[in-house]
Write a protein that binds this ligand. Structure first.
Ligand code: SAM
Length: 201
């Protein structure tokens, strides 16, 4: 029982790449209604009794994991998840994330952000790539060496360019289309492993 079917996309990718691990720090961009955060929380905090609908997110000290979920829309509380409502592309919201991180480096940035569909594929594609760039930009500042980045995109003429950019920054970049994505959908995911963090000069 997850809040959205998209949970199964993340479960499938995690089964293949095993990147959701206890003790890690996660940023979930475009997290509403919260099924990806549910997947992460259940995997990293198996101790939490998730059958109980808690009214407040648990500031858990069970292990060192940290999960931060961001969305324009409100998200009902999820045990073990810190929720920020706002525009992820806004630097003030990114600042709020950094405050919660308290200087910790991030292991995994996931983005399932999608624009409000206009119905015109080209426009939606371009907006989607802008969201990808924004999440990559944040990931580059926040991820630790070897970190993981996963982002949704709408296929179109500039996705290759973005993929090439990702390849300069990560050791492995895979185009994934989980089975839970409808066959006809133009949505895909870039699964990026092994962030090649550049040391500041
Ligand atoms: N992964 C989520 C889940 O499993 O519950 C579903 C995410 S839904 C497909 C896409 C979300 O991206 C929407 O909730 C939308 O509000 C959010 N979104 C789009 N643009 C955003 C932005 N600039 N900042 C934050 N969230 C954004």
């Amino acid at each position: 029982n997850y809040r959205a079917r998209s949970a199964f996309k993340l479960l499938e990718l995690d089964q293949k790449y095993n990147f959701i691990k206890p003790g890690s720090v996660f940023i979930d961009c475009g997290a509403a209604p919260g099924s990806w955060s549910q997947v992460i929380s259940r995997k990293v905090y198996p101790e939490l009794d998730l059958t109980i609908e808690q009214t407040e997110a648990v500031d858990t000290k069970l292990n060192d994991s940290l999960i931060i979920a961001v969305d324009l829309l409100p998200i009902e509380p999820i045990p073990g998840v810190n929720i920020i409502q706002g525009d992820f592309t806004d630097i003030n919201i990114q600042q709020k994330i950094k405050e919660l991180l308290k200087e910790r480096e991030v292991d995994v940035v996931v983005s399932d952000m999608a624009p409000n569909f206009s119905g015109q594929h080209f426009i939606d594609h371009v907006k989607s790539m802008e969201l990808c760039e924004s999440s990559l930009n944040f990931a580059e500042q926040a991820l630790k060496f070897g970190g993981t980045f996963l982002c949704k995109f709408l296929m179109g003429e500039s996705d290759h360019e973005f993929r090439n950019l990702l390849k300069t920054k990560f050791n492995r970049v895979r185009h994934e289309k989980p089975q839970a994505v409808h066959k006809k959908s133009t949505e895909g995911y870039y699964m990026c492993l092994g962030y090649k963090k550049q040391v500041d000069r």
